[in-house]
Design a protein around this ligand. Structure first.
Ligand code: AMP
Length: 218
């Protein structure tokens, strides 16, 4: 089944997507990670998107859709989209693209989290420079300060996890991304889980939702 993970910044999409991808054998496609990788390598695409990403604004729809479509073209099996779509325009373009390929979204998992919790989490988030593992200084500290438990990589704080960018990302989320909840409710695809629980519990909630969705499909 093809899955979309939806939710505010810091709701745990990245962590859940990584675990779900491994557990269900899905290709994990994260637009945020693609953009950060392109920026890190200084590619033309990276240069084009850098100013949007660092200030917490959205990269224009047309460019983002193009990036995802080209990734999906190279992904024949089931996939999990993390951080895309983020606007109703992107969702409509995705629907159209998938329809043209005879593919479709099976379930949209909405990970709900309050603004206050988002601010608290993002300010304490650190990620690994090499494997993208995510830590939180309040709830999931690395064993050694600044070093990834998984592969010993150096941890860094994202530019857009600084206070001004967090404010901007929350307002962008409220105005441009939240309407997607209605869009996918209308298509009967959405299931909501509580993102304030511990990551393992959120994972179990999502697993239950997906099991129910596959049983209903069978
Ligand atoms: P994320 O890692 O998902 O929080 O994304 C980090 C940043 O990448 C966002 O704040 C945007 O600047 C950009 N970005 C990621 N996904 C999208 C998207 N679907 N549409 C536009 N911009 C995006």
């Amino acid at each position: 089944m093809n899955i979309v993970l939806l939710g505010p910044p810091g709701c745990g999409k990245g962590t859940q997507a990584k675990n779900l991808g491994e557990a269900f054998g899905l290709a994990h496609i994260s637009t945020g990670e693609i953009f950060r990788d392109e920026i890190g390598r200084g590619t033309p695409l990276g240069q084009e998107v850098q100013s949007y990403v660092t200030r917490g604004a959205l990269v224009p729809d047309e460019l983002t859709v193009e990036v995802v479509a080209s990734r999906l073209d190279k992904t024949p099996g089931d996939f999990l989209l993390d951080g895309f779509p983020r606007t109703v325009g992107q969702a409509k373009s995705l629907d159209k693209y998938l329809k043209g390929k005879g593919r479709r979204i099976g379930r949209v998992v909405y990970i709900e989290l309050s603004d206050a919790e988002v601010v608290k989490r993002l300010g304490a988030r650190w990620s690994c420079t090499t494997c993208n593992e995510i830590y939180n200084l309040n709830s999931r500290k690395p064993k050694k300060d600044g070093v990834c438990d998984a592969d010993g990589g150096k941890l860094f704080q994202r530019e857009d996890d600084k206070p001004e960018a967090i404010k901007k990302r929350l307002s962008v989320y409220a105005t441009l991304t939240k309407p997607l909840i209605q869009h996918y409710t209308d298509s009967g695809l959405i299931s909501q889980v509580d993102g304030s629980a511990a990551p393992e519990q959120v994972f179990q909630q999502i697993r239950k939702v997906l099991d129910e969705a596959s049983a209903a499909k069978a």
